[in-house]
Write a protein that binds this ligand. Sequence first.
Ligand code: ADP
Ligand code: NI
Length: 226
Amino acid sequence: MTNSEIVEETITFVKETLKNAEGGHDWFHIQRVFNNSMLIAKEEEDVNILVVSLGALLHDIADAKFNDGDESLGPKMAEDFLLSLGVPKRTINHVTNIIKYSSFKASLTDGKMKKKLFSSKELKVVQDADRLDAIGAIGIARAFNYGGFKNRALYDPSIPPNLDMTKEEYKKSEAPTINHFYEKLLLLQDKMNTDTGKQLAAERHQYMIDFLEQFYQEWNPLKNLS
Ligand code: ADP
Ligand code: NI
């Protein structure tokens, strides 16, 4: 099988597997992460495009949140599928490592420890591509979509963002969606690995800053009148 046939087969597999996935992690999220990955990879040197492609396509194949926190399911599904296509063992290992270590939640909370366990150029590309999809216009849309799903307030001036939450507290938090910008989204720009990722993140970051400014203006239209 040629590399492009392997990628085509994987696209078909991922589309089928994610057909009932929730909005934040549906096929279109994967497609955007794949496209972002290609955009970043072509500007970087010595990147294995097959590994990046398969890593991007399979990175959310089984989200632990929806599988009782079982983080081994995604890598296992990817491994079984890639074995069935006859993909070399070494490539499969690299791809499953990308799936294990690409979660931006992992990198925000216990990233230091995990980064030591595995690191590669290809992981950095996929991680950047996934983070980009959490910021900018798409990031804003995903955040409010998530907040709506969880029945959260848009904003509540009496509940300030909390930057010191543990992972457990964060999971239980029912804070308004605006808080998520300060607790996570505005921090992602500084977590980018690649130069291209950093550039793209800077544009998207500014877009969120502008959005927040406009949001507060509309929230409190009398503020600057006297
Ligand atoms: P990923 O699977 O990419 O690691 P998550 O599952 O944590 O990310 O989040 C998926 C999407 O939902 C992201 O766009 C993220 O910003 C958004 N999201 C996660 N938690 C919240 C929250 N508490 N409030 C608003 N949006 C959130
Ligand atoms: Ni993702």
